[in-house]
Design a binder for this molecule. Structure first.
Ligand SMILES: [Zn+2]
Length: 248
């Protein structure tokens, strides 16, 4: 009796904690609540992503008229669905909530056309890709555009050191080692893709960013979908190819 009754009590406590966190997040401007939701739902899994409150509340936030809260809700929802896709025990989350996912995707596509903030825009694009569910590496792709650098491995099977691909205000180059702290680090210029030659996802995202008025994001994407030179073996390789390889 005591054993069996303790389980629902624990579940109730989790539900209460989840409800409280979602309520705080919905009020906006509570970055700690969002950080806790990412930790508990995404990183640690200490709260249940399949709890009915999760998608239900995130949809409410996404369809409300508070841009920042909507963007945060869409970013988290997309990440949770992709993570669930990759975990056998929650693989059906997306399939069980087809209409909710469609509503989230529609909201993400509305908000992306509406935001002027570069990083919010990037996270909305990430949400669109995650909600569509065709690729599982949108987070890693967009991470590099937001942070203006990728840390990736060279394709050389001999194993060169991992390298930095820098895309943004500090320049457009590849380097080994801590390029930010030293002027002595040798850098190699990147080779952006010609926008007219982009195909597939690169072509689509480039056109989307241009159409949405984010030319600087579009430009960064030509580098993400372009090539970098390994500072050690001097081989050129696809940046996005190595981003994908790091996720498989
Ligand atoms: Zn190399």
């Amino acid at each position: 009796m005591t054993t069996s009754s303790s389980v629902p009590l624990a579940d109730d406590a989790d539900s209460d904690r989840l409800r409280a966190l979602l309520e705080r997040a919905a009020e906006g401007a509570d970055s700690q609540a969002w950080s806790d939701l990412w930790t508990e739902l995404y990183h640690n899994g200490s709260l249940d992503v399949a709890h009915p409150l999760v998608l239900h509340t995130l949809i409410d936030m996404a369809e409300d008229d508070h841009a920042d809260t909507a963007a945060s809700a869409l970013h988290l929802a997309g990440a949770l669905l992709v993570q669930a896709d990759q975990r056998c025990e929650t693989q059906n989350l997306r399939n069980r909530h087809v209409s909710q996912v469609a509503r989230l995707l529609a909201a993400a596509n509305r908000w992306r056309q509406d935001t002027a903030d570069r990083n919010v825009y990037c996270h909305l694009i990430e949400a669109v890709l995650n909600l569509e569910g065709d690729i599982h590496w949108a987070q890693e792709l967009i991470w590099g555009v937001v942070s203006e650098e990728y840390e990736i491995e060279c394709t050389n099977p001999g194993g060169c050191a991992s390298l930095w691909v820098v895309i943004g205000e500090r320049g457009f180059f590849s380097a080994v080692g801590d390029y930010a702290l030293s002027d002595d680090v040798e850098t190699f210029p990147l080779h952006p893709a010609d926008p007219r030659a982009l195909e597939g996802l690169g072509h689509r995202l480039y056109d989307l960013a241009r159409a949405d008025g984010h030319d600087e994001v579009a430009r960064a994407l030509t580098y993400a979908f372009g090539e970098a030179t390994c500072p050690e073996c001097k081989q050129r390789f696809s940046v996005v190819g190595q981003v994908i390889a790091s996720c498989s």
